[in-house]
Design a protein around this ligand. Structure first.
Ligand code: AMP
Ligand code: ZN
Length: 154
């Protein structure tokens, strides 16, 4: 096969793979600019834009440009660079919003509340007076329960 044909075949295969992964992905469409977003940050690896259904004022999402579903599916490099994006976005938001703190959250897997199957990190700025509470159930673990978890993890 001529070199050019081989290259074209390889290219179309690459596109098919990309299409299969991303054709219906709303965040891929936002990354590609096919769906509008209030994007306020971009680097080589991630974009950040406002969540349209915010848990608090200026709730934002940091989204890698490359499609992968979870922290487990991304390579260490992709995940690491995505977290550098989170750090930059958090610093930017702190400077601009003068917020007092953040909730930084990943919903991983449907059972954990992941609706969009393109990895993303929620960055929710918090203010002293915002009266928002993200509080897990008040539950003091027994020694047996801690041991059971610890024995599985160590
Ligand atoms: P998760 O439950 O972690 O998958 O969260 C997905 C988040 O994406 C939700 O908070 C949605 O409000 C947000 N979201 C969905 N579609 C859009 C969109 N087109 N632009 C901005 N945020 C979106
Ligand atoms: Zn995607």
């Amino acid at each position: 096969m001529a070199k050019k044909q081989e290259a074209e075949k390889h290219e179309s295969k690459k596109d098919e793979t990309k299409g299969a992964m991303t054709a219906d992905c709303i965040f891929c469409k936002i990354v590609d600019g096919k769906i509008p977003s209030k994007k306020f940050y971009e680097d080589n690896t991630v974009i950040a834009f406002l969540d349209i259904n915010p848990a608090a004022f200026a709730h934002s999402l940091v989204v890698p440009k490359l499609h992968f579903k979870t922290i487990v599916d991304g390579t260490p490099d992709q995940v690491g660079k995505t977290f550098i994006g989170v750090k930059n976005v958090t610093e930017h938001m702190k400077t601009r919003l003068k917020c007092d703190g953040f909730n930084i959250l990943i919903n991983q897997g449907r059972e954990a509340g992941q609706i969009i199957e393109h990895f993303h990190i929620h960055v929710v700025p918090r203010f002293k007076s915002d009266n928002i509470r993200f509080i897990p159930p008040d539950h003091k673990a027994s020694d047996a329960e801690l041991d059971q978890a610890f024995n599985k993890l160590k």
